[in-house]
Ligand binder design. Structure first.
Ligand code: MSK
Length: 680
């Protein structure tokens, strides 16, 4: 059916139903078009359910306790409680503070567990590759392996006849893999990577007794402490939140990032494309969705296999498009330049194009409703992980196994190709797709800002000190169906850029920025204040640096540490003119990330809602008290303009404390100048 005819049909069908107004739900034209198509075809999405199903008011406040069967005890905050003495307690006597702190802690535990279990799976495959038990995975980045070997106290050289010789790379990898895997079950001592932090930060953690002992231990301890009748001191609960979250940020997530880099390559700037327009009507479209890139790395290979392409041609397809969604997308984008179909709230909409032949999911952020939507189209929904199955009976399961991963991947690609001739609905692929430059690992930032000969964060620091760059912001996190899709991400990021704040991004924020054209060097001229624009144009980088997936927030920790080490901006992460924000968060992982940034000394703002309003004393501790202890603190702001204002005010406060509030003019050296210097 011609596109015009389809649109007319859509309009008529829309009029007959009372529906959400797509234009009010997203700022992304591709999303809006697909919501219209969903309505016309009678497909319910998360956007519809968010309209009809309201969130529980007491849950929103964080004061519903369902930790035992005497409850749930519901303790909503009323005006009377605020005016007089707050006498609210649960059946056992638990105060709103205890209840909200326990709920908060369980989010930290779940978030830390999710990232870290992803890391564990990566460590297991890494070890199998190091032991040569699989031929599908190899050690790709030897330089990075040697670097992390130092952090794990693994020797990289060996004495042979009194002479120091390099050790076999796979021998080193086995030892690194074993020590890395040991981090999950360690019962005492401290995680290896704690020493990566700036020295004063490490010393502070030691003094506060919050250095994680082992990842699993800290998560289990949260679950124990939050059981009925255990920890009843909100400050003590938050202390354990810090331990578990640090175990995520500085161990589970950080090891996931590092070991993936060693196996699949450390990201360096690469071109990519984003939005539903990357799908192609005349080709087999496969979308990989979730977070763990272990299988998707192999699907990248399988989808380019000449045999598979020939097979696709035999079914009438002109090729195979492999695109990603959510953080699996970010992983294969930053390493291979594979296109992204969209972020979290676009997952159902991808199927609604009618053009997706297989949607392959691994773990995390996968909506159960995908199974319902898929049955309305020809799309095969394929689960691949024992930890993430969908009980609807509407999916296929192809179990990923690292010992025959490429074979599994080929099986999946074949299912998609076989499904190509089955397309039955009107295919409507939005035209929207944007170009982007991505892949700014902390190593890549080092190279790009410092140049080949003098890789260093010093030029970044110089530009912060001289005021061309006002500060650094980490803007990360999800979409949330309770707020307009991508809207807060984009308003916030644009406000920061206008005020010369450089933005580091991951996750669904990175994708929102990509779709809006903020991830290309040309964006500097359009969106940045004069100082930041000058720096970006000189160096040739976008003003928003895409650093990867959710686990790659650990790259931001490392970048912040490198900035501290480069000098001139204080001695600790908490001294930096920097702030973080997750404007549209929804996942428990975001809370774990927020807590590890706070415990690392960063001011962190969350949008939408933070379930602490029902416990004012606990809230005040997170928003104010913690800063006196760890140097970082929480905040919650709904309005993206206000988020930007508060982040910039914080950055300015830090600049003042550093004595750099009056910008000092310095000569900005370009790459050629720096190379000349290096040659002297
Ligand atoms: S995918 S955790 S919705 S960022 Fe990492 Fe996006 Fe949040 Fe999932």
């Amino acid at each position: 059916m011609a596109a015009e005819e389809t649109k007319e049909k859509l309009k008529v069908m829309e009029k007959e139903k009372k529906q959400i107004i797509p234009e009010e739900k997203s700022v992304d034209p591709a999303t809006i078009l697909m919501l219209h198509k969903a309505q016309a075809e009678g497909i319910e999405t998360i956007f519809d359910r968010a309209e009809t199903m309201k969130a529980c008011n007491i849950g929103l406040q964080g004061t519903c306790c369902k930790m035992c069967a005497q409850g749930p005890c519901r303790l909503p905050l009323t005006k009377k409680d605020l005016e007089g003495k707050d006498t609210r307690i649960g059946l056992c006597g638990a105060t709103p503070e205890t209840i909200a702190a326990r709920n908060f802690a369980r989010m930290v535990a779940a978030g830390s567990a999710s990232h870290s279990d992803h890391g564990r799976a990566v460590a297991e495959v890494f070890l199998a590759a190091a032991r040569k038990q699989t031929t599908d995975y190899k050690i790709k980045d030897e330089v990075k392996l040697l670097k992390i070997a130092e952090d794990f106290d693994v020797a990289t050289t060996v004495l042979v006849d009194g002479e120091e010789k390099p050790r076999d790379i796979y021998e080193i990898a086995v030892e690194v893999g074993e020590r890395a895997l040991g981090e999950w079950g360690k019962q005492e001592g401290e995680i290896y990577y704690a020493r990566r932090a700036p020295k004063p930060r490490y010393e502070l953690w030691k003094k506060l007794d919050i250095i994680p002992r082992g990842i699993d231990r800290e998560i289990v301890e949260i679950m124990h402490r939050t059981h009925m009748g255990v920890d009843q001191d909100y400050q003590n609960i938050v202390k354990q939140c810090s331990r578990a979250a640090l175990a995520d940020g500085w161990a589970g997530s950080m090891m996931a990032t590092d070991l993936q880099d060693v196996m699949f390559g450390t990201p360096y700037p690469i071109h990519g494309e984003i939005n539903l327009g990357v799908l192609k009507k005349d080709q087999v479209n496969i979308i990989v969705h979730g977070h763990e890139p272990l299988l998707s790395e192999m699907i990248v290979v399988a989808s380019q296999d000449p045999e598979m392409l020939k097979y696709a041609a035999s079914k009438g397809a002109k090729g195979i498009v492999l695109a990603g969604m959510c953080c699996t997308a970010n992983e294969i984008l930053v390493r291979h330049g594979m296109p992204i179909a969209g972020n979290y709230l676009q997952q159902e909409l991808a199927i609604i194009t009618g053009a997706v032949d297989a949607l392959v999911v691994d773990v995390q952020c996968i909506m159960e409703n995908l199974a319902n939507v898929a049955t309305c189209y020809h799309t095969k929904l394929i689960t691949t992980n024992t930890r993430c199955k969908i009980a609807s009976g509407k999916t296929e399961h192809v179990q990923f196994n690292e010992h025959h991963a490429l074979e599994d991947a080929k099986k999946i690609v074949k299912i998609a190709v076989d499904n190509f001739p089955n397309r039955r609905a009107d295919v409507l692929i939005p035209k929207e797709k944007e170009k982007m430059v991505v892949g700014f690992s902390s190593e890549a930032i080092n190279y790009h800002l410092g140049g080949t000969f003098r890789g260093s964060y010093v030029p970044l620091n110089e530009n912060i000190i001289n005021g061309r760059i006002r500060g650094i912001a980490g803007v990360v996190g999800c979409n949330n169906a309770r707020t307009m899709h991508d809207n807060s991400h984009l308003i916030l990021v644009k406000e920061l850029l206008k005020n010369d704040v450089i933005v580091l991004t991951t996750g669904c924020d990175a994708m929102a920025c990509g779709k809006a054209g903020l991830l290309v060097p040309e964006a500097a001229r359009i969106y940045c204040g004069p100082g930041l624009a000058e720096v970006c144009e000189t160096v040739g980088i976008p003003p928003v640096l895409h650093m990867g997936a959710c686990v790659d927030n650990s790259r931001i920790l490392i970048a912040a540490t490198e900035v501290v080490k480069a000098g001139g901006l204080g001695k600790d992460i908490s001294d930096l003119p920097a702030a973080g924000c997750a404007p549209e968060w929804m996942s428990e992982k975001a809370v774990a990330i927020g807590q590890y940034f706070v415990a690392s000394g960063v001011y962190v703002i969350f949008g939408v809602n933070l379930p602490v309003e029902g416990a004012p004393v606990f809230k005040d501790y997170l928003f104010n008290g913690l800063e006196k202890i760890v140097g970082g603190k929480w905040d919650m702001v709904e309005d993206p303009y206000e988020m930007a204002r508060k982040m910039i005010a914080h950055i300015d406060l830090k600049r003042k404390a550093l004595g750099i509030d009056k910008a000092r003019e310095r000569v900005l050296m370009d790459m050629a100048d720096r190379q000349k210097l290096a040659a002297v």
